[in-house]
Design a protein around this ligand. Structure first.
Ligand SMILES: [Zn+2]
Length: 175
C-alpha cells in the first residue's frame, strides 16, 4: 500500500500486467497489442475493439477503449500509433500546473479546473503519457482512467460527451 512504482522502473511492473488474464467487456479474450513499462493495450478479436490494461495497483484494471481501433492506425485518416504528442504535452502541463493549448484541452475534454485536477491526480498516482494517449479523444475512457485511482479527489468529474456517448452508456452499466 502506498508503494509507487515510477516510470522507467519497467521490470517489477511488467510481469503483473498480462492481457491473457483479462477479458474484454464483451466477454472475449484479450490479447496484447502493445505495452509500455506499466500498461498494456490489448485487442479483442471477438468485437474488434481495444482495452487498456493497468497494473493491479488501480481500482479498475481494464478500461475499454471505445475509439482506439477507429482513430488509430496506419490509414491516412488515422493517427499513427507512435504519435503521443498530445498526451506528452498534457503531462508537461500537468507537471507544471498550467493549462494546455486548445487542441489538447479539446482532445482530453478538460472542461474545468476540476477536470484538469483529476488528470493531475491521475498522473501523480502513476498514470503515464502512454495511458493518457490510449484514452485520448474518448471521454468515457478518460473518465474511467481518472476514476481508477482510489484516492482520486475529483472522482465525480465526468469527461464524457457526445462523441463516445452511445457506446459509453453500455460501459457505465458495468460495475
Ligand atoms: Zn470484445
Amino acid at each position: 500500500m502506498g508503494k509507487t512504482i515510477v516510470n522507467g522502473n519497467a521490470e517489477p511492473t511488467r510481469r503483473f500486467v498480462n492481457a491473457d488474464r483479462h477479458q474484454c467487456q464483451c466477454g472475449g479474450q484479450l490479447q496484447k497489442f502493445d505495452e509500455n513499462s506499466s500498461s498494456q493495450t490489448a485487442y479483442c478479436s471477438r468485437c474488434n475493439e481495444y482495452s487498456l490494461i493497468l497494473r493491479p495497483a488501480y481500482e479498475t484494471q481494464v478500461i475499454h477503449l471505445n475509439l482506439f481501433g477507429t482513430i488509430r492506425g496506419n490509414a491516412a485518416y488515422q493517427r499513427p500509433y507512435s504519435d503521443m504528442e498530445r498526451a506528452e504535452e498534457l503531462v508537461v502541463c500537468l507537471v507544471m500546473d498550467v493549462w494546455p493549448n486548445w487542441a489538447t484541452i479539446d482532445q482530453f475534454s478538460i472542461y474545468s479546473s476540476d477536470h484538469l485536477g483529476a488528470l493531475q491526480h491521475a498522473l501523480r498516482s502513476g498514470c503515464t503519457a502512454y495511458d493518457f494517449d490510449r484514452v485520448q479523444g474518448d471521454g468515457s475512457a478518460i473518465t474511467n482512467l481518472v476514476r481508477c485511482v482510489s484516492t482520486q479527489p475529483y472522482g465525480r468529474v465526468d469527461f464524457d460527451h457526445g462523441l463516445a456517448f452511445a457506446k459509453s452508456s453500455r460501459l457505465h452499466k458495468r460495475r
